[in-house]
Design a protein around this ligand. Structure first.
Ligand SMILES: [Zn+2]
Length: 76
């Protein structure tokens, strides 16, 4: 299953979600994207990965020093 990482710069968090419809955060993000919401510059981003393992690897490589890792409780 694919996975998402929600990078929140103000909160300094890197939250890992799975790409399924059981998570309200993922479904809300997709609905907003379909409605044409523009990404808020500087405040964060959603990145798509091939797997949860890949999302965790990227955290270790690029974000470990800067952001706190959270695993979404809906997506475990
Ligand atoms: Zn989630």
């Amino acid at each position: 299953m694919k996975a998402w990482a929600n990078i929140d710069i103000p909160l300094k968090t890197y939250t890992v979600h799975l790409d399924h419809d059981l998570c309200q955060y993922v479904t809300e993000m997709k609905q907003r994207t379909e409605l044409g919401w523009k990404k808020q510059q500087g405040s964060g981003n959603w990145n798509l990965f091939r797997s949860k393992e890949e999302a965790l690897d990227i955290y270790d490589i690029s974000y470990k020093e800067k952001l706190t890792l959270i695993e979404c409780s809906n997506c475990r």
